[in-house]
Structure formats: C-alpha cells, structure tokens
Design a protein around this ligand. Structure first.
Ligand SMILES: [Zn+2]
Length: 415
C-alpha cells in the first residue's frame, strides 16, 4: 500500500526560478494535450502520451523538463478527466475540463520511478538540481515517486510516495459502531464519547477576526496581501491540528477493534444538504468526518482490519432496544426515549448501537438500564493517553452476540 511522507524543502533562488520555468512548461503541455483531446475526443491515454514525444520535436523547450515529469502531466490530465466523469455519473452538473490559464492553477511537479534521489539531507532532482530537505522522519519502504509543491503559505514541500509493506495487527475480537457527531466527535457502541476538539472553535474565532480585517483592506494592496497570507496561515494551522487529532483518533480505533462500523457519509450528506446553507463550522466538521473515514479505511488496509460503511437510514430514530421507529425525535433531543419499551439513552449512543447492529447484521441483546457515556477530552487523544474500554472479548467469528448483553458502562469523566 502507498503512504505519503511530507517534508519541508529549502530551495535557492536560482532553483526556484528553474522550478517555476518547469511548472510553466508543464502547464503549457497540459493545456496542449487537453486541446488535442478536445479536438479529437477519441484519443486515449496512450495516444496523448505519444503526442508528447511528437510535440517535443516541434517544441524543444519541453526537453528542459525530465521526461517522467512530462509523462506525469499526461497522468494528471487523465486523472482529472476521470474525476469529472465520475462526478457526471453521480448526477452532478459538470462542464468541460478547464484549461489551466494561470500560474496559480498549476502548482506541482511530479517525478515517478526515476529522476530523483535522496542523500544526506539533499534531494536531487534531475534537470532541476540539488535541494536541501529536512528529513524529520525516517522513510520506510521503497520511494515510488516525489511531488514538489509550493503551498499557499509560500513554503515549499516534497511529498514522497512510498510503497509500504502491510503490517497486520493481532486480532482483538472486538467490534465497534461509531456515530459521528457535533456534540461529541465520535460516540461509540462501547460508550465512549470523544469530545469535539475545542481548537477548531478557537481557531475559527481567529479566522473570523482575520477575515473581518481583510475585508477592510484595499484589494491588491500590500496590507491586503499581508493579511491574506495571515489568513492562509491560520487555516494551515487549523488543518495541521485537525489532522493530528484525526490520525490519533483513527489509530485508537484501528488498534483496538477488528471491525469498525460507520455510516456512509456519501448517502448521509445528500440527505442533509437539502436542508440548506451550512455554517463554516459545520462545513469544516463535514470535511473532517470524511477525512476521518478515509484515514480509517487506509489504516485498516495495512492493519488487516475491516471498516464497514452502512446506509444511515433510521440509525438515529430507531430504538435499539425494541426496534420501533420514534419519528417524533427531533434533532435537538439529546436523549432518546422510546415510548414503546421505555428505553432511555443518549441519542448518539443509541445511534452507534444501531450502526453496529446494522453493520454486523446480527441480533444483539441490549443492556438493561441506562448505559452512560465515558467522556474523553480531546487533549487525551492528542497526547495519546486513551486506553480502551473493557469489552469482553467475543468468541471468534461470533460478532456481537452476547447472551447476557453488554454491561452498562460507568460514567467516568477522564482527565
Ligand atoms: Zn423501544
């Protein structure tokens, strides 16, 4: 499986000029290939690849760029065409693929298989030169390719794609259902409620402040540019904090469970988008949920775990205890109460139990009484101090079926 390593690189002015020249050539080639493809829609990926070789004769400037990097331009074009096709397939209104008319629309140079080398904190790129690199982590595995990119913060980075051997984790014989929420980031069927990280709110306040500041500046002025860069940096910080949290939380679930069941957000968001405008906070949260699921899927692959995505219909409104649907439950109701059987439980906890049941497709005997949640502060996640809940190990292959039901969990506030 592929893993990406990101490292900061430090480049001299002359190298920067070379990279920018290469970016321009790649962008030109991208547009050229797209134009040819537009004129002749029958062209396939191999055809446009051949066009590069032919076009080199007419346009020797292309030879300044490493041949693999040019090949990757073709790859990028076909990757974009494929993504567009997929959107269309899913019923989205999409136009044609756009030309990269500005420098800002083409920001990466990619080397694949050859043309690069790392030695003693130096990255050597064929036709570009030597670049200082800060290797703060050891790269494990074979490097398949490298992408050079200048981010909006004006910092340069190298992304290495590394082929990694999967490392299966020992079986835990434990399964979990996870409800993704706003009140808690995750609420799971073991009674854990992971707090939504507060830094998101804190950083959002800062973002709003800088945005307000920006709106007062004259567009294009030096002050405007300065404030804009500040805004980008705050966003960047938010992203880094968020990613750190998501990596650690997904690692917790992967380490502790063989099977992890969640709702399929692709189905869920389509339902909720109809309700109209989303707040910035909600927007960021939505994006982070998708990222969280992707991290779980990616980590599960390497660890030999299983992630099951289920249809979210009725996960909230169905009583886990007796199965009847309580349609009067409103979004603001934090406690689920079933008038049919009297089951009373935290609404997200009830949802996580339904999610688990739906994912495993097995009968579950519910706990008696009112299971309580263990609230885990996000800071514990970031500092890696979360220990798993005691869950009775299940007999191999029997999923969730437990004759005496799961025990109601004590209410503990950690930290
Ligand atoms: Zn009920």
């Amino acid at each position: 499986m592929m893993r990406t390593y990101k490292f900061r690189i430090y480049i001299s002015k002359s190298i920067q000029e070379t990279i920018e020249e290469h970016l321009n050539i790649c962008r030109y080639l991208y547009n050229y290939l797209l134009e040819q493809k537009t004129k002749n829609p029958k062209l396939n990926k191999g055809d446009t690849q051949k066009l590069i070789t032919e076009h080199k004769k007419e346009n020797p400037e292309l030879k300044k760029v490493h041949s693999k990097a040019l090949q990757m331009v073709n790859n990028k074009l076909w990757g974009n065409l494929k993504a567009l096709g997929k959107l269309k397939q899913n019923g989205h209104k999409v136009g044609k693929l756009r030309f990269k008319s500005s420098k800002n629309h083409y920001k990466t140079i990619e080397y694949n298989q050859s043309g690069f080398k790392i030695k003693d904190n130096k990255l050597y790129l064929s036709k570009i030169g030597e670049i200082s690199i800060k290797l703060h982590r050891k790269i494990k595995g074979e490097i398949k390719g490298v992408i050079i990119k200048k981010e909006l913060t004006n910092k340069w980075f190298a992304f290495f794609q590394v082929e990694e051997e999967p490392k299966p984790l020992p079986k835990t014989n434990k399964v979990v259902g996870i409800d993704l929420g706003i009140d808690g980031y995750t609420i799971d069927s073991d009674g854990n409620k992971f707090e939504n990280p507060k830094f998101i709110d804190e950083t959002l306040d800062k973002i709003k402040k800088v945005q307000k500041n920006l709106s007062r500046k004259v567009r294009g002025s030096n002050n405007y540019k300065k404030t804009k860069l500040k805004l980008i940096k705050v966003y960047d910080k938010l992203n880094n904090q968020k990613n750190d949290f998501l990596h650690k939380l997904s690692r917790y679930y992967i380490n502790n469970y063989d099977k992890i069941v969640l709702e399929d957000l692709n189905i869920k968001s389509m339902v909720e988008n109809k309700k109209g405008q989303k707040t910035l906070n909600r927007h960021i949260l939505d994006g982070s949920w998708k990222k969280f699921i992707n991290l779980l899927l990616y980590k599960a692959e390497g660890a030999g775990r299983e992630v099951i995505l289920i249809n979210p219909a009725y996960t909230s409104k169905k009583c886990f205890n007796c199965g009847c649907v309580v349609s009067s439950l409103r979004l603001s109701d934090r406690i689920f109460f079933c008038p049919n059987c009297g089951w009373k439980i935290d609404r997200d906890y009830n949802a996580s139990l339904n999610i688990l049941k739906s994912g495993l497709g097995e009968s579950v005997v519910p706990a008696e009484g009112r299971p309580l949640l263990r609230v885990i502060p996000y800071i514990k996640v970031i500092s890696g101090q979360v220990s798993p809940m005691n869950q009775e190990a299940l007999p191999e292959g029997r999923g969730l079926r437990k004759p005496k039901g799961f025990r109601s969990t004590p209410s503990v506030r950690e930290g």
